[in-house]
Design a protein around this ligand. Structure first.
Ligand code: MG
Ligand code: MG
Ligand code: MG
Length: 306
């Protein structure tokens, strides 16, 4: 039975590409291992895999009794429900350390960089294994996606340095246009059910016993969602009720203007006002310069709930 490597629920491009890349590297290091995803590919990930001719990982939702590596997360809320019955061999991630624990020592690569694929590209170097052209291409796209083409507060010099190397290997010279091509795919909302948009890049958190949900749509222009904004607002209210959460947020991030309109469904909106020092009007607030859920939303909210 082979080991499986997978990223978080509602897989994003990093979760998908990091699983594929780590499986490739580990295979070359002699392990019997395959990549997996916890849910269907989103349009951006589909575009990236097609562009470089890489097969999609199998969708696997149950991991009991399996040896596993986690990529791009270490939070139980973002892991499979039966993770406790799996044997975690290692974690490769770039988020704050979550609440996953293990029964034995593990291989752990958690770096404060913009993308899991930045860590994995560095692991290829560490183990002296050549990165295949198509794997370089998908890792490059994952880094451009997670760092919002190097504009996100999460982007580090290490991410840029790794991208310089990856672009040589895969022959992509214009990273800005590759990034925008990708974000245009990501921005497409037409014909997509509202709930699917809310959940497309959505994560649940536990903050001192309060359930908090936060989704994000990264858009090349906010006007793309003008026609459906009211539906999005209604849907996060519904989702909050269904989950019994304290708060559900949806970040509408304008990657060109570099800011986020935050849609709020909350038992107590003053939490948002206190956290971001901005007053919501009609349960919405524009937060200039805010593009990263991980770095600019979640830690500050956690402090408020402290
Ligand atoms: Mg991710
Ligand atoms: Mg990531
Ligand atoms: Mg992201």
């Amino acid at each position: 039975m082979s080991t499986l490597v997978f990223g978080h629920k509602n897989p994003d491009t990093d979760s998908v590409c990091a699983a594929i890349a780590l499986a490739d590297l580990k295979k070359k290091l002699g392990e019997d291992i395959a990549p997996a995803i916890q849910g269907e590919l989103n349009p951006e990930s589909t575009f990236v895999l097609n562009k470089f001719g890489v097969a999609a990982p199998a969708v696997v939702t149950s991991y009991a009794g399996k040896d596993v590596y986690l990529v791009d997360h270490s939070d139980l809320a973002q892991s499979p429900d039966d993770l406790k019955e799996a044997n975690i061999l290692g974690i490769v991630d770039h988020h704050k350390l979550g609440d996953v624990t293990t029964g034995q020592p593990l291989e752990c690569w958690i770096w404060p960089v913009g993308c899991t694929c930045t860590v994995i590209a560095s692991m290829y170097d560490y183990f002296n294994i050549d990165i295949p052209k198509e794997i370089a291409g998908i890792m490059l796209c994952a880094i451009l996606s997670d760092t919002v083409i190097f504009k996100s507060a999460t982007c580090t010099d290490k991410d840029k340095e790794v991208c310089d190397k990856l672009k040589e290997i895969c022959g992509e010279n214009d990273l800005e246009s590759l990034g925008i091509e990708m974000f245009k795919v990501k921005s497409a909302v037409e014909g997509t059910p509202v709930r699917e948009l809310v959940l497309r890049d959505y994560k649940d958190f536990d903050m001192s016993g309060n359930g908090i949900g936060c989704g994000q749509l990264e858009l090349v222009d906010l006007s793309i969602v003008d026609g459906i904004k009211a539906d999005l607002e209604k849907d996060i209210q519904d989702l909050k009720a269904e989950k019994g959460h304290h708060t559900v947020l949806l970040m509408l991030t304008d990657i060109m203007k570099e800011g986020t309109e935050l849609l709020i469904a909350s038992d107590d909106e003053s939490v948002i006002e206190k956290t971001f020092n901005a007053t919501p009007v009609d349960s919405k607030v524009w937060l200039p310069g805010i593009m990263s859920r991980k770095k600019q939303i979640i830690p500050d909210l956690e402090k408020t709930f402290g």
